[in-house]
Ligand binder design. Structure first.
Ligand code: GRF
Length: 216
């Protein structure tokens, strides 16, 4: 069975969706993979308790215990490599990673971002989407490359922004799409149905209804 390591910083709802997908073998995004470990850069991340409740090993590599980003990333890589993961998933991991770290896991490191990239990179995506008046918003799963939120896109999920919708309501709807999209992308990568050759993302037999998920 393939191994995943998840990196988190907070709430852990995407981690929970991954753990749920492992159980639900009838679901299209079901995962035949083991979450070998959950690593957080913050000891107070709520997602740690979610993992522990499921018996998944956790550890904290506190970024503020290290003098530099490089030192933190080396410590992080050491903990990750103990599990020899096939895939490392940034599931709400709020640290910028060094180019060395990104290179070490090239093609095995994915992130979920709460916007339709390349629109709204960075933080505060839902407020900015409302401010910009976009009609379509959503979430993106992408391989991590050297540039923040700019790695090659694997798949996206989209919804129509409702007139007068609040930031919190929009965030809630996008998050529920995230929970459907991320486990599917992980499954596709582990099954070899999605891969990145360094230039292009190959998605072989997947159709547009897979790669652009829409709100039901
Ligand atoms: C999600 O919105 C994800 O897209 C972003 O960080 C948030 C993490 O939420 N990268 P959670 O910790 O998974 O609940």
């Amino acid at each position: 069975m393939k191994n995943i390591v998840c990196l988190i910083s907070g709430r852990g709802s995407n981690l929970e969706a991954i753990l749920n997908a492992q159980r639900d073998q009838d679901w299209p995004g079901s995962l035949d993979a083991r979450v070998a470990a959950v690593i957080s850069n913050r000891a107070d991340a709520r997602g740690l308790a979610i993992a522990q409740a499921r018996g998944v090993p956790t550890c904290v590599v506190a970024h503020d215990s290290y003098d530099s980003r490089g030192a933190f990333d080396s410590a992080l890589a050491q903990r990750i490599d103990e599990h020899a993961p096939d895939l490392v998933v940034l599931a709400g991991f709020l640290r910028v990673l060094t180019p060395e770290f990104v290179e070490r896991y090239r093609g095995r490191l994915i992130n979920i971002h709460p916007s339709l990239l390349p629109a709204f990179m960075g933080l505060g995506t839902h407020a900015r989407a409302i401010e910009a008046g976009v009609r379509i918003h959503g979430t993106t799963v992408h391989y991590v490359s050297g540039e923040l939120d700019a790695g090659p896109i694997i798949a996206q999920a989209a919804l129509a922004v409702r007139p007068g919708e609040s930031e919190s309501e929009l965030a809630r709807r996008v998050l529920s799409l995230e929970h459907r999209l991320l486990p599917r992308c992980i499954a596709w990568i582990l099954e070899g149905r999605v891969r990145w050759d360094g230039k292009r993302v190959h998605t072989d037999d997947l159709g547009m209804q897979d790669l652009l998920l829409q709100e039901p």
